[in-house]
Design a protein around this ligand. Structure first.
Ligand code: GTQ
Length: 351
């Protein structure tokens, strides 16, 4: 047992703290337990956004400000436990972006990595360094850090997607750079879908004069629903053993190195058959889920959240999760696992 401080020592210490404070000096022994936690205690809360409700507000914003005026017309999904920080978890950002028919969101580039997961619409594009990916519902599209990107919607229906960025991570490292392109759209540099053709089929360009136009760390930036959804189905119907903690689950990859899609963000999809219930699992990567299909429940640290199509759910670090599929449940998820693994921080527990 350590000896308790005498009242006299305590009083003298308090006086010392007051004198030191203006010098920017503080006693670690008063704060150590709160700084070095025995396990994660996320300030983020479990939270769900119902798509239709968020969509109504987004469409109202669409009546008032154009995509070009806004630069990006996005409603930020801020975690109620992270007020004022524009984060959905301490490391990640989420927003819902609307591009109305005929609109463009002008070209810019920034250090931050972004993914787009299409919630509604089809036929709008994201252009990355001059190559368009034409987007459809539940496609995953990446705009990796440092690459010029603009968005446009030449169709006659609104297009809405979920933006997932590492804004808080880049802020944490004080490493943000951003610039505007001097025109609205970056000049076309490759045919639409070019990298999907080259890198999205388990192959890559053979080295040559024209090969490897894309940066090696970021070859592919379009992962269509039309590809990943049948793959999940094939997995489910093949008789393959289902993972008791995840369901049938597939991670999106960088096809060149087999690593995660971007340096700071990982993404995956999973399918749980009707009636399936996962075993409890917790992990240090707070995760943002989108319900692609089906209904069910997420039981997080014992509290139940009902899941319906296009709901967006955030599960902070180290919360124990059980998913229950009422009908066949398909989820998309993204997290900072890619970043944590590089820092040797990632940990999971499968009960
Ligand atoms: O589309 O580039 O939601 O730069 C936040 C910051 C979207 C984008 C966001 C961004 C973008």
């Amino acid at each position: 047992m350590t000896q308790p401080l005498s009242n006299d020592s305590r009083a003298q210490l308090e006086a010392l703290y007051q004198q030191m404070e203006p010098e920017g000096l503080y006693p670690l022994w008063e704060k150590l337990a709160a700084l070095v936690l025995p396990q994660p205690q996320s300030p983020a809360q479990v939270h769900k956004w119902a798509y239709d409700k968020a969509r109504d507000y987004l469409m109202r914003a669409g009546d008032l400000i154009s995509a070009k005026q806004a630069e990006r017309r996005v409603l930020i999904l801020e975690n109620p436990g992270l007020a004022g920080q524009s984060g959905i978890t301490p490391s990640l950002y989420a927003g819902l972006q609307l591009i109305l028919p005929g609109e463009i969101a002008p070209a810019h580039r920034h250090t931050q990595c972004a993914l787009r997961f299409v919630m509604e619409g089809g036929g709008a594009f994201t252009s990355v360094d001059g190559e368009k990916a034409v987007m459809h519902q539940f496609d995953l599209v990446l705009t990796p850090g440092g690459q010029w990107h603009d968005h446009g919607n030449p169709t006659d229906t609104p297009m809405i997607w979920l933006d997932g960025l590492d804004i808080p991570t880049v802020r944490h490292f004080d490493a943000s750079f951003a610039e505007h392109y001097h025109e609205d759209q970056f000049p076309e540099a490759a045919p639409a879908g070019d990298s999907l053709t080259r890198y999205g089929r388990n192959m890559r360009p053979l080295k040559g004069h024209t090969a490897d136009r894309r940066p090696a760390h970021q070859p592919l930036f379009h992962y269509p629903y039309a590809d990943w959804r049948p793959t999940l189905d094939a997995m489910a119907s093949s008789g393959a053993e289902i993972d008791p903690h995840l369901g049938h689950a597939l991670e999106f990859l960088n096809p060149i190195n087999g690593g995660p899609i971007m340096a700071t963000i990982s993404a995956h999809v999973r399918l749980m058959p009707a009636g399936f219930e996962t075993k409890p699992r917790r992990a240090t990567d707070g995760t943002i889920f989108v319900v692609v299909e089906g209904t069910g429940e997420a039981v997080i640290d014992g509290e139940t959240t009902v899941l319906s199509p296009r709901d967006i759910l955030v599960v902070p670090s180290w919360k124990e999760v059980v998913f229950r599929a009422n009908s066949q449940l398909v989820l998309f998820g993204y997290s900072d696992k890619a970043c944590q693994e590089k820092l040797n921080l990632y940990k999971e527990e499968n009960a």
